[in-house]
Design a protein around this ligand. Structure first.
Ligand code: PLP
Length: 228
């Protein structure tokens, strides 16, 4: 890892600003990241502590809980599965495609789907996209949500139905990103959860902040004086 002198300066600027968390830099980062995913129609993007939190929030926002099954690939970092376990759901493993394609096998997902399956979490392993063109319609048809684990593939894309590339994390219902120190891009510790669904975005906004209806920064700026 080699951090650029600009990064050192950016951290020093934040320290000097006296506003350390969820401030204007966070908002600017969310906007820039969302525009990086789709300049024409940026998704909702919420910066969070890490990708594990992003995945947990994604599952909770979808209403995943006890009695539900979440299908995750057998080859991934353990957070993809752990975050589903936090909700009380049952994790079901599906195999990856082949030694040459380490992403989730859509055939094995279809074999593992039961009436209890609530979500599938494709992992775009090492930057290689899952077969979203096939997975998303199969899930949509059955009312199963798709939570993309994009920890290895920020700002990478995949071809979808119309033959045009779309950014990973904007194809399923939710996208979860990691900015941990060993990932493609880092904020030290950090993550992002994205969605195009306004109802899911409303839930994510509240889940990130313990249900508080306004942020500390908004109150500081005088946009609000209290919160529900
Ligand atoms: C690193 C990683 C995560 C978890 O990311 P954190 O930001 O460390 O919580 C989740 N999924 C995959 C595939 C990862 O590689």
């Amino acid at each position: 890892l080699r951090l650029h002198p600009d990064d050192h300066r950016a951290v020093a600027d934040v320290l000097a600003s006296n506003w350390l968390t969820m401030g204007p830099r966070t908002q600017a980062f969310e906007a820039a990241f969302a525009a990086g995913l789709d300049a024409q129609a940026p998704p909702f993007a919420f910066a969070v502590s890490n990708c594990t939190v992003a995945l947990h929030m994604a599952y909770v926002a979808l209403g995943v809980g006890p009695g539900d099954e979440v299908i995750v690939p057998s080859l991934t970092f353990v957070a993809t599965a752990n975050a589903a376990l936090y909700t009380g759901a049952t994790v079901v493993l599906a195999d990856v495609t082949s030694p040459d394609d380490l992403t989730l096998s859509v055939d094995d997902v279809l074999a593992k789907i039961t009436p209890r399956t609530r979500a599938v979490a494709p992992v775009h392993y090492a930057g290689q996209p899952c077969d979203m063109r096939r997975l998303v319609p199969e899930c949509k048809r059955r009312g199963i949500a798709v939570v993309e684990d994009v920890a290895h593939a920020p700002l990478a894309d995949a071809l979808v139905d119309d033959g045009h590339p779309r950014a990973l994390g904007t194809i399923g219902d939710l996208g979860c990103f990691s900015f941990f120190s060993n990932k493609n891009m880092t904020t030290g510790e950090g993550g992002m959860v994205t969605t195009r669904d306004p109802a899911l975005a409303d839930k994510l906004r509240l889940l990130r902040s313990h249900g508080m209806t306004t942020l500390t920064l908004d109150r500081h700026r005088g946009h609000a004086y209290s919160y529900d």
